[in-house]
Design a protein around this ligand. Sequence first.
Ligand SMILES: [Zn+2]
Ligand SMILES: [Zn+2]
Length: 190
Amino acid sequence: MNAIGMIAIGTVDPPLLTAIADEVRRTFRHPVSMLPPAPEPAFAFDERRGQYSSVLVLRSLLDRVQPSMIRILGVTAKDLFIPMLSFVLGQAQLNGRVAVISLARLQQQFYGFPPDPELLQARAIKEAVHEIGHTFGLTHCTDVRCPMSLSNNVHHVDTKGHVLCTACAAVFNEHLDHLRAGDDPPGAAG
Ligand SMILES: [Zn+2]
Ligand SMILES: [Zn+2]
């Protein structure tokens, strides 16, 4: 019960998944196990908005958590939303088990530019670290270079790095100590 599970929800480029997995393993110091891909999240589609409900996707991930996993990260190319926002780049349960990132708005094509796989990978890694960070109790950081700083758009994503700042790393280390002690506090969505 110590792996971080990763799952493609629908079609996601395998090398991109591998690159995200490598960084997640490094940052959070847990093994990453890749699950077989899930189908496209048709159940979460909102016809009125033409987007996918991030809340419903997260809920579906809860059903996929296996006993060997402490966390699970879903990666989807679909555009996600929560009711109060026009879109989200990702969502996670604060101190919970599940997180999801959307690649839709991390892709240059979304803004009318040619595809840039390297830039997409860099952005996806930062957002994966951000959302998994929430599941390990990290909240938004005021250091704009820290991956835990809030990104409202892709320019913010490009401003930040992928390495946790000293303060966030300290909070994560503390959380690890709690995990080792068998005490994993539940929390609300964040
Ligand atoms: Zn956040
Ligand atoms: Zn930070």
